[in-house]
Design a binder for this molecule. Structure first.
Ligand SMILES: NC(=O)c1ccc[n+]([C@@H]2O[C@H](COP(=O)([O-])OP(=O)(O)OC[C@H]3O[C@@H](n4cnc5c(N)ncnc54)[C@H](O)[C@@H]3O)[C@@H](O)[C@H]2O)c1
Ligand SMILES: O=c1ccn([C@@H]2O[C@H](COP(=O)(O)OP(=O)(O)O[C@H]3O[C@H](CO)[C@@H](O)[C@H](O)[C@H]3O)[C@@H](O)[C@H]2O)c(=O)[nH]1
Length: 437
């Protein structure tokens, strides 16, 4: 099947490369010349395990190409729209400018019977509006909504072997044809009996934001428990283990710390709440404002803990910040709690030296005022406090005895609750986690 993918950022690049790996002929289109050049030469513009291998294999097989020319989509039967839907500046709602531009850009090149498939995360109601636009323009094309659930860091695996597929399709014969084309695209996953939910546009759009709202709520729930544990002298990690054994609750996404960030969860819960308000159902998502508020205050609580641990003054103290990416195995610093903590400490006059295995270039572009060290040991040398904010495996594996000799003061603040408190204390460190004694 010939497929086009409009927008080759995190989602689109992985989707295009994975579809080629699954045997389809794929062209990826993006307006960003540098991105297209990088992708076409087999180099991934983002840190994503396995992506470069797929880009090279796709180029070698001749099944994967990239272009900045919208006309390159001609001849494709299925067109995936994977452009960004960021938060509107100064507002909570999603900015649909790029989605609208992508569809307008497709219109001159569509043939009757083509399928336009939305992959971006959008406010409910967008798909119906876009189908109306395709009809009004006389394109003869059908729209489907096929939300994406990939996690950064596992994006290739999640795309090739998704844990479920959701198709939002129009009613009647058009919907059946859309489903048949999507089944062909996803023949590999369908052949492995991947759960498939075929539904209407609104449900498909809502599934995506509901999933992210649930995940965000789970994290803020455990962070609220961490606040109580801190006040009462409990241990949130043991609490999470204990409640997580209940299969109805489950242990995953119950890791307390400085909270969630990234290009999805924060903006998606805000856009969902904004859309619910437009629909006159603001009260139904009012809890998401609390989820957001809990999440954002965790960052300041971490900063306060650093200040307090340093005796109330961080000015000119050397603080080693371990981690900048919003999570390990990623170079993404969009709404990163780790980078935010580093910036806040720097704003208080601390001499921040931040390190990260992948996210220094992206952080440097946004916050050149921070100090950076590519080598973890250089970051630690002479530090008055060590602050772990992204739980990369190399930071979890640090030997408290060995690194104890490098720092000025053996003070470690664990913003992800991943270090072995007993081992660090035994090596003479003052250890403080978030919601654990
Ligand atoms: N990143 C993820 O893990 C992930 C997972 C699931 C869903 N999503 C959703 O997927 C969408 C894309 O997210 P992302 O993280 O890949 O964003 P991104 O910002 O990394 O990529 C968006 C890309 O679209 C391109 N673009 C913008 N307008 C265009 C146009 N008119 N024609 C062609 N290209 C255009 C941009 O140049 C950019 O490369 C969002 O709606 C996001 O919520 C993302
Ligand atoms: O117990 C936990 C789990 C995660 N996080 C944080 O939550 C954020 C998001 O993590 P994760 O969900 O793994 O990252 P994303 O790659 O942004 O993936 C989310 O957002 C994507 C885009 O919508 C969806 O496709 C995925 O299903 C959804 O998990 C990160 O900052 C994590 O550090 C915690 O603080 N505690």
């Amino acid at each position: 099947m010939k497929i086009s993918v409009i927008g080759c950022g995190y989602l689109g690049a992985v989707h295009a490369a994975s579809m080629a790996q699954l045997g389809h002929d794929v062209v990826g289109v993006d307006v960003d010349v540098a991105k297209v050049e990088a992708l076409a030469s087999g180099s991934a513009p983002i840190f994503e395990p396995g992506l470069e291998d797929l880009l090279r294999a796709g180029a070698a097989s001749g099944r994967l190409a990239f272009s900045t020319d919208a006309a390159a989509v001609r001849g494709a039967r299925v067109h995936f729209v994977a452009v960004g839907t960021p938060q509107r500046r100064g507002e909570n709602a999603a900015d649909l400018t790029y989605v609208d531009a992508a569809v307008e850009g497709l219109l001159p090149h569509l043939r009757p019977g083509d399928l336009v498939v939305g992959k971006s995360t959008v406010p409910v109601g967008t798909a119906a509006r876009l189908q109306a636009r395709l009809d009004e323009a006389g394109s003869g094309a059908t729209l489907a909504w096929n939300p994406e659930f990939l996690r950064e860091g596992f994006a290739v695996q999640d795309t090739i072997s998704p844990d479920r597929l959701v198709y939002g399709v129009p009613p009647g014969r058009r919907g059946e044809e859309a489903r048949a084309l999507l089944d062909e695209v996803y023949a590999d996953a369908i052949g492995r009996d991947t759960p498939l939910i075929v539904t209407d546009f609104a449900t498909a759009e809502l599934v995506k934001v509901a999933a992210n709202a649930f995940l965000a709520t789970k994290i803020s729930f455990i962070n609220a428990m961490a606040e109580i544990a801190d006040a009462a002298g409990g241990d949130v990690t043991a609490l999470a283990d204990a409640i997580g054994h209940d299969a109805r609750i489950g242990r995953r996404f119950l890791n307390a710390g400085i909270g969630f960030g990234g290009g999805c969860l924060p903006k998606d819960i805000r856009a969902f709440a904004a859309r619910a308000e437009e629909l006159g159902r603001g009260e139904s998502t009012a809890f998401l404002k609390e989820v957001d508020a809990i999440n954002l205050r965790r960052r300041q609580q971490m900063v306060d803990m650093v200040v307090e641990s340093l005796g109330g003054v961080v000015y000119q103290k050397k603080v080693a910040v371990l981690g900048l990416a919003f999570k390990p195995e990623s170079d993404d610093v969009r709404d990163s709690p780790a980078l935010d903590v580093a910036v806040r400490l720097n704003g208080l006059g601390a001499h921040v030296v931040a390190t990260d295995p992948a996210a220094i270039p992206n952080s440097l572009r946004m916050h050149p005022q921070l100090g950076f060290a590519t080598d973890t040991l250089d970051a630690l040398r002479g530090a008055d406090a060590v602050v772990l904010v992204t739980e990369w495996p190399e930071y979890r594996a640090l030997d408290p005895v060995a690194v104890g000799g490098l720092v000025s003061a053996k003070l470690v603040l664990d913003g992800r609750n991943v270090l072995d408190a007993g081992a660090w204390r035994a090596a003479g460190w003052t250890y403080r986690g978030m919601g654990r004694p």
